[in-house]
Design a protein around this ligand. Structure first.
Ligand SMILES: *[C@@H]1O[C@H](CO)[C@@H](O)[C@H](O)[C@H]1NC(C)=O
Ligand SMILES: *[C@@H]1O[C@H](CO)[C@@H](O)[C@H](O)[C@H]1NC(C)=O
Ligand SMILES: *[C@@H]1O[C@H](CO)[C@@H](O)[C@H](O)[C@H]1NC(C)=O
Ligand SMILES: *[C@@H]1O[C@H](CO)[C@@H](O)[C@H](O)[C@H]1NC(C)=O
Length: 512
């Protein structure tokens, strides 16, 4: 009886192992780290994962195959100049991002890696396709090529509203700041005006301009008879988004958008390599980590700015570990340079007191997860909203990198180091985030398997996905309502005039 029960229980939870195609072509190291956690997680659950990606990994799980998209990394380094972007306007930011996606797509679509995948036998069957939609919409025709298996999307850039919108998400510009604006959830009327304008404008740019570029470039590779990008996107049922209501601004999600924010965060920080452990563990006055992530190269910063930073650091008692991509002369004794850092593991070390970063989504999540207060130097795009979020909740401070002088930097660093409010707040948020039913990775794997088992789970999409925006927003009803009011008003006026005239006439008649 017991054995029978066990067999029943086990088989009830058993999901048959599937053949999964994972496509993630956003060529930055941090995006790969995020996607790799999910891809490896699925392979470790017994699925056969084929991962089309820009990165190569030495250590891989069993039944996990990487197909390498060459060259796009180099292109990405040259197409987006973050320093230039930080000095330009909103429109340039929006179009800059779209054009970067297009450039990367053009290169990635020509890659030998994609050709290898396209040469799979016609009858080769994938049970599930997972596409990182952050920059990967030009790869949607793979859904057509592999005959429409269940397909889900992921996005590593928190919740990109342009992507979410096409999954039935209601834009919420009244209280959710657009990612590239330095606003918080409390917006003034003017701020809301801009926020509405930019949020809707970006969605329009995505649907009218970006989709067109994707259409064009995809046709060159997949053939002219492929369905449009919009049609293929409609086949994708779920969106796993790197957002979390505890870490980011809470917002209303629809059932087919699953928050898996912080999926890449390890349960426990791994041990550091020996040389770093000696530095981090041995620092008597604690550690400050300084990193501008994988996209803003610190060595491309203005020389005077680098000098001011170094001078500010030299006044600190703490040891500073700076992720710096080349060499630097005249380093103060307490500054250590490294070309690459196992960032999350360092931030998990109890000796770390402060993280100075560009407020990229992934690194901000890492710092908060490990309870390390921040000094943010946002450059562009989502960095602004992350930095404001940190400052607004007093998890740290956000400063304008263009204003940096030695004193300004030192003053802000000292404020965060010496005022315990920041460290206390960030530790509180970290504890809140860790109180949860299951980890984001478990959630993501569950929903991937769910989509595979239930034929894509389209039934979770709200009707909003198929309705025009004016119907979703109720604008047509408002228009009707106003029209009705106008008609009633006019009719009433007419009636009153009519009655008054009648009355006057009768009065005239009588006096005559
Ligand atoms: C790898 O795939 C094979 C064939 O599908 C399967 O029999 C085996 O159990 C898988 N290995 C792991 C570790 O999942
Ligand atoms: C697993 O994936 C690899 C790489 O795509 C593929 O060659 C292999 O045939 C797949 N295995 C099964 C059992 O489908
Ligand atoms: C993409 O191409 C399809 C036809 O293949 C067309 O119907 C659709 O309007 C195009 N999308 C855009 C945004 O141009
Ligand atoms: C730094 O170290 C010096 C000498 O040990 C000490 O006097 C000073 O108070 C320390 N500064 C801070 C901010 O802890």
């Amino acid at each position: 009886m017991l054995i029978f029960l066990i067999v029943v229980v086990v088989s009830a939870h058993h999901v048959k192992s599937g053949n999964i195609l994972y496509v993630s072509v956003a060529p930055t190291r941090s995006h790969h780290i995020w996607n790799r956690v999910l891809a490896f997680g699925l392979a470790n659950k017994g699925h056969n994962v084929t991962h089309l990606t820009h990165d190569r990994d030495e250590v891989k799980p069993v039944n996990y195959t990487q197909i390498y998209v060459e060259d796009a990394y180099k292109v990405a380094q040259h197409t987006l100049d973050w320093i230039k972007l930080s000095r330009s306007g909103i429109l340039e930011n929006i179009f800059g991002f779209v054009n970067m996606c297009d450039t990367i797509c053009t290169v990635a679509l020509k890659s030998r890696g994609l050709q290898q995948l396209l040469h799979y036998p016609r009858e080769f069957k994938f049970d599930l396709i997972i596409i990182d939609a952050t920059m990967g919409s030009c790869f949607y025709p793979l859904i057509h090529r592999f005959n429409y298996p269940a397909t889900i999307a992921v996005t590593t850039l928190l919740l990109q509203t342009t992507i979410a919108y096409n999954f039935g998400y209601n834009l919420q510009p009244a209280y959710v700041p657009w990612y590239g604006l330095p606003y918080t959830t409390d917006m003034s009327l003017t701020q809301r005006w801009w926020n509405y304008l930019v949020t809707y404008m970006e969605t329009a740019v995505k649907n009218l301009y970006h989709n067109k570029l994707d259409n064009e470039s995809a046709k060159k590779v997949f053939g002219h008879d492929i369905p449009s990008v919009e049609k293929l996107e409609r086949h994708i049922s779920l969106l796993l988004a790197n957002t979390d209501p505890v870490l980011d601004n809470p917002q209303g999600l629809v059932p087919n958008i699953i928050p898996v924010g912080g999926l890449h965060l390890e349960k426990k920080a791994k041990e550091l390599p020996q040389d770093l452990e000696t530095i981090v563990g041995g620092a008597k006055n604690g550690i400050v980590v300084f990193s501008l992530g994988s996209i803003v190269r610190a060595d491309s910063l203005d020389k005077q700015l680098q000098k001011s930073l170094l001078e500010a650091f030299s006044y600190l008692n703490e040891t500073i570990i700076w992720k710096f991509e080349s060499e630097m002369e005249d380093l103060p004794e307490n500054v250590v340079l490294r070309k690459w850092l196992p960032q999350s593991d360092i931030l998990g070390h109890p000796n770390v007191k402060l993280f100075i970063g560009h407020a990229g989504s992934l690194s901000t999540q890492e710092a908060i997860y490990h309870g390390v207060p921040l000094v943010c130097l946002p450059f562009a795009m989502d960095q602004h909203v992350n930095a404001q979020n940190v400052a607004h909740r007093k998890l740290g401070i956000s400063i304008d990198y263009k204003k940096i002088t030695t004193d300004y930097m030192l003053e802000n660093i000292r404020e965060v180091l010496n005022n315990p409010i920041y460290s206390e707040n960030v530790k509180k948020v970290s504890r809140r985030y860790r109180s949860r039913l299951n980890t984001p990775l478990e959630r993501a794997i569950f929903w991937a398997e769910y989509a595979m088992e239930h034929d894509g789970a389209q039934f979770l999409s709200t009707r909003a996905r198929d309705l025009p925006f004016y119907t979703v927003l109720g604008l047509d009803i408002f228009a009707l309502f106003i029209l009705a009011c106008v008609i009633v008003y006019l009719a009433t006026c007419k009636m009153i005039t009519f009655v008054v005239r009648k009355f006057q006439n009768s009065v005239k008649l009588k006096t005559n």
